[in-house]
Write a new protein. Structure first.
Length: 286
């Protein structure tokens, strides 16, 4: 009996290694006995960084998590019965556990280094002392608390997007902002006097002119920023992103499972501006 051929990963693979999943119920960690592998890659289609876990026996993708630069892997030193690693997030208390299945341990540090460097998280320094360190954030900044009910709803929404939906429906690829806010779409904004005036207020002095605005709207740097924003929108840190933009995360309670995260952001902005009577004032305007 032949094993199914492994499908081609649709993008640039940063690192790939054999590892099994572990189930965590908040107290206990239990190993999933299946043979697996972790693949970290940047998708050709949406330009987002995906952490995927594959069932190696079936050559089937089981988990697809979009990660931003707040995730990192580290070894669980207290575990002496295997090579267990924890995926931590600097902006939340979310955790995922994996156990290494590579035959040789000497490659573990290299694989973990490649993973962490590709994701680009600022790994918090370990706190000294007897007490266990609380989950830290990059730079030591406090993290806005996410309501558990909102987190559960967001997890369900992202699960519908990131894997197979109900009745085995195929995964719907996230919509990148660069596919919506193309240079052709943005260019006419410079001709809208009201919009141009508002945008120029946000630019540095060297670009506070119609010519400077047109240059910014057509710049590769803006498109790169849109890629980074897309990454954040489609991660599980969406409530944190909404809060940082002055938007209410309550919109998550009204969106049906499987809603695109970009649609959630648009709905939150729409609700914000309707509340302000279309004045454009408030944190979301910046």
């Amino acid at each position: 009996m032949f094993q199914p051929a492994a499908p081609r990963v649709p993008g640039h693979v940063h690192v790939e290694f054999k590892a099994g999943r572990m189930d965590w119920d908040g107290r206990m960690v239990t190993a999933d006995k299946r043979k697996g592998k972790i693949v970290l890659f940047t998708s050709e289609e949406d330009q987002l960084t995906h952490l995927t876990w594959w069932d190696r026996d079936k050559n089937e993708q089981v988990t697809d998590l979009i990660v931003i630069n707040d995730a990192y892997l580290e070894r669980v030193a207290k575990c002496t019965t295997g090579r267990v690693y924890i995926l931590r997030f600097t902006s939340s208390d979310k955790k995922m556990f994996f156990w290494m299945q590579e035959p040789k341990e000497d490659k573990d540090p290299e694989n973990i280094k490649k993973f962490n460097e590709a994701v680009g998280a600022t790994i918090p320094e370990k706190k000294t002392g007897g007490a266990a360190a609380a989950p830290a954030t990059a730079g030591g900044a406090p993290t806005p608390a996410i309501d558990p009910a909102l987190r559960a709803m967001l997890s369900q929404l992202l699960q519908q997007q990131g894997g197979q939906g109900a009745a085995g429906a195929p995964r719907q690829a996230p919509i990148p902002l660069t596919a919506v806010l193309t240079t052709e779409v943005l260019a006419p904004l410079s001709s809208d006097e009201a919009a141009a005036a508002e945008m120029m207020e946000l630019l540095p002095e060297s670009h506070k002119s119609p010519e400077g605005l047109r240059e910014v709207l057509a710049s590769p740097q803006l498109q790169q920023s849109l890629v980074a924003l897309t990454q954040a929108v489609h991660s599980d840190q969406l409530p944190v992103l909404l809060a940082s933009m002055g938007l209410s995360a309550d919109i998550l309670t009204s969106m049906p499972p499987g809603s695109d995260a970009l649609e959630v952001l648009c709905k939150a902005m729409e609700a914000h501006f309707k509340k302000d009577g279309g004045s454009g004032s408030g944190g979301a305007a910046s």
